[in-house]
Design a protein around this ligand. Structure first.
Ligand code: 5GP
Length: 119
């Protein structure tokens, strides 16, 4: 859970436009895009554009509020677009918890009855 923010992590490179991504939503402070290895159709990620928090333990309250407002917007749009039966909002801290990218992010994963629960 300790460590320095890596300026060259994959989400930092996405924010800089150095790695392409499929944008779902963007505002002044946040960015939402499709996960490259989706757990289900419409699996997306939401990140802060300015916070250098690696995880929930480090994030500024302001950045967290901005990100969560976008999580709600994207979850609402995902429901409208795909009509899932459920939606996971998930966030991992540290490798033993499954974290692989060390720029704080929230997963939004549509779920359908009879499909995998995931995580
Ligand atoms: P974590 O396990 O750290 O919570 O999730 C990292 C997520 O980022 C994974 O679901 C993974 O598929 C996604 N991911 C990793 N590299 C890329 C990338 O280059 N582009 C996109 N769109 N997603 C990525």
């Amino acid at each position: 859970l300790d460590g320095a923010y890596d300026e060259a992590n994959v989400f930092a490179l996405i924010l800089q436009g150095k790695i392409p991504s499929t944008k779902l939503y963007e505002d002044e402070h946040t960015y939402a895009f499709l996960d490259i290895q989706p757990q289900s159709k419409g699996h997306s990620l939401v990140i802060s554009k300015w916070s250098r928090a690696r995880n929930i333990l480090e994030v500024e309250d302001e950045a967290l509020a901005q990100v969560m407002a976008t999580v709600k917007k994207v979850a609402t749009a995902t429901r409208k677009a795909l009509n899932p039966d459920g939606i996971h909002v998930a966030q991992f801290n540290g490798a033993p918890a499954g974290q692989t990218v060390y720029h704080l992010h929230f997963h939004i994963v549509p779920r359908w009855a009879g499909g995998p629960t995931g995580f």
